[in-house]
Each structure stands twice: as C-alpha cells, then as structure tokens.
Design a protein around this ligand. Structure first.
Ligand SMILES: [Fe+2]
Ligand SMILES: [Fe+2]
Length: 357
C-alpha cells in the first residue's frame, strides 16, 4: 500500500500565484523620472554622502542595476572596500581621485571611471580643493543579488598593501577534456576582465552625428576598451527643439540629464501615453517595454544625457532567449515618418565640461 502526502495547494498553483504577485509588485514599482530633489543625501559610514536614485536601499526596487549619487567634501578620503559587482562612475562635479587596487586615478567633471569587481577602492578630494566632488554610480549589484552572489567587504581605513588581492584563479591545465578546457577558458576570461580600461577623460570625447537627431559618444563600453559586466554608458546630445527618434526595448534603461531640460514621452500604441518633464540632475527611468522618445524643449540650448543600460550581458541574453521576439523596435511607420531630426543642420556648441549645480 502506498501512502500519499497531499498538499492543499499544488506546486502549479503556488508558482502561478507567486509569479502573479511578483509582476503585480513590479508594476506598482514602475517609475518614469526620479527628480534631483527626490534624492536625499545621507552622511555615510564611509565618510561621504550617499543618495539613492534607484536602488533597494532607497526603497526603490530594481532588478539589474542601481543608481546612486555620492558627494565627497574637500579633505575627505573615504574608507576602502571591495565587492563582487562592478561599478560605472560618471563624475558630475569637482576634481578628485579614485584609488583602485592601490593606484590613484585622478578625475574631473564629465569623466567616466570603471571600478572592477573585487578591486579595493576608495575616493578622495584634496584638502585644498575648491569644491565638493559629486559623482553618480551605476552598478550590477542587484543583478548579482538575484543570483545570490552579491558580496561586500569593508576594510575601514586599512592600508591597501596589507589587504588580500583579488580572488586567485587557476591559469592553466593541460588536456583536451571538458574540465581542462573550462580552466583555460575561464582563465583567459579573467585575465581579460582584469586588464580593461578604467578611465575616460571628458576632453578626449568625440561626439558623432547619428541619423536619430542627436550626436553621441561612448563613455564606458567594450567598443573603447572597457571590460565591464555589460552595463554600458554613452552620452548623447539633442539639438535645440530636437528629439531622439521613438523606439522601445526592455526596461531598466536610464538617462541621466547632464545639461538641459526637456521631456520624455512614454506610451503604448494606439492607446497613447504621457509626457514626463525632466531637467539637469534628474534620472529618466525607462523600466517597462513602452514606446519612448526624449525631446529637448529648449529653443537655443542643446541637452546632454548619459544613457545607461545592461546591453552587453543581460539584454543580449534576453534577445537570444526570447528569439524570435523582437526586443529592439522602431516605431510604426506613421510615427517614424512624422519625426524630423537631421543632426547635420544643428549648430553644435563646443563640448565644454559639465558644470554643477
Ligand atoms: Fe564600491
Ligand atoms: Fe531607449
């Protein structure tokens, strides 16, 4: 005789309601613009001030990336720490330095910096500096947390030379079996990941016209030598009264407004959508699969925005897993045809370093 354990609710039903709840919560979480004034800065245990644009520690849940603001006053050096995720930095104001595994990397306004996973790092602002350093960070921490791999190690004011290096790995194993091949493949991968570029100087940026009504440049991307977790940063500039053409793609694509003001349209077809105004210091959040377009409302000045998304890892994977679903779409013809945007007719200004506030 067999005995059976019967549960009131089947695995199927538990899973179904859990998935429904997850999506319900996520939809309640949708945002469009996080305004600068909605980001409260808090004194942190590291010695700087930290504010959350998007992230669990500011009660703004996210799945793949988070977005934080940091401020370091003159004379302050933060404590040193490291973590399993990596961080993309965009400097908003001030001149300071990052120390990455013991090596100093100076930076100025508009520069981009990569803090690799497991690299000890801290940031400093010299005592005779004239202004506070402010920078934004975009990290892969939430993505690693979904896999149970988000690890942080704080070392206080320890000398970096006394701390252990990055996790060791096996470099080589002879043989043509799957294990030996894995050892060599992962070794090559780690060597590449640990030798990527760390800094982009604003003065080296070269903005190039695109057919989308804007001009654009990479800030942090594998195309210019970075070895990051797939989060990329590019900057685009929208001509006065112009816009980027409408399109849609999966969520958690963000735009940080460096200069200028305008609005974004987000909506569905044919129902239509809403317009969301933005200004310098705001973060535009596209965290749903909606048609969207970013428009510069100023009649004379250009707008500069830094766009951040996890294209090279997560979105590439999603494209493969969802194929033949199209994840990057141009709009229907009647919308596309109505869009003007020849960037060659814009009188582009000199690309001066950003100012703050
Ligand atoms: Fe960090
Ligand atoms: Fe977009």
């Amino acid at each position: 005789m067999t005995s059976r354990t019967s549960t009131q609710v089947s695995h199927y039903h538990i899973q179904k309601s859990r998935r429904a709840k997850f999506l319900e919560d996520w939809r309640a979480n949708h945002r469009t613009v996080v305004a600068l004034e909605d980001v409260a800065m808090h004194e942190s245990a590291r010695g700087d001030r930290i504010g959350v644009y998007v992230g669990a520690d500011g009660d703004r849940q996210t799945r793949t990336m988070d977005a934080l603001a940091h401020e370091v006053d003159p004379g302050v050096t933060t404590t040193v720490h490291r973590h399993s995720w990596d961080v993309m930095v965009f400097v908003v104001a001030g001149n300071g330095w990052f120390e990455i595994d013991g090596e100093r990397q100076p930076f100025g306004p508009g520069d981009a910096v990569h803090l690799p996973s497991w690299a000890w790092h801290r940031v400093g602002n010299d005592p005779d500096a004239s202004s506070t350093v402010r920078y934004l960070t975009f990290s892969s921490q939430p993505m690693l947390e979904t896999m149970g791999m988000a690890v942080l190690e704080d070392a206080g004011d320890a000398e970096v030379s006394t701390l252990p290096g990055r996790p060791p790995f096996s470099e080589h194993l002879d043989g043509d079996d799957p294990y030996a091949r894995r050892v060599r493949r992962l070794s090559r991968e780690q060597q590449a990941r640990r030798s990527g570029r760390l800094h982009t100087d604003w003065d080296s940026l070269d903005l190039v016209n695109t057919p989308r009504g804007t001009r654009t440049t990479f800030l942090l991307d594998k195309a210019i030598g970075y070895q990051a977790s797939g989060i990329t940063m590019a900057m685009f500039e929208i001509g006065p009264g112009r816009s980027q053409s409408m399109h849609r793609h999966p969520g958690e694509a963000w735009l940080y407004v460096v200069e200028g003001s305008g609005h974004s349209y987000l909506g569905t077809e044919p129902e239509g959508g809403q317009e969301h105004p933005w200004k310098k210091g705001d973060l535009i959040v596209v965290d749903h699969f909606l048609w969207h377009q970013h428009l510069n409302d100023h009649p004379e000045q250009t707008a500069k925005v830094v766009r951040i998304h996890m294209f090279d890892s997560l979105l590439e994977t999603m494209r493969a897993l969802c194929d033949p679903l199209v994840l990057f779409e141009e709009p229907p013809d009647h919308i596309r045809d109505a869009q003007a945007g020849d960037p060659t007719t814009v009188d582009w200004p000199a690309n001066d370093r950003p100012t703050w506030p």
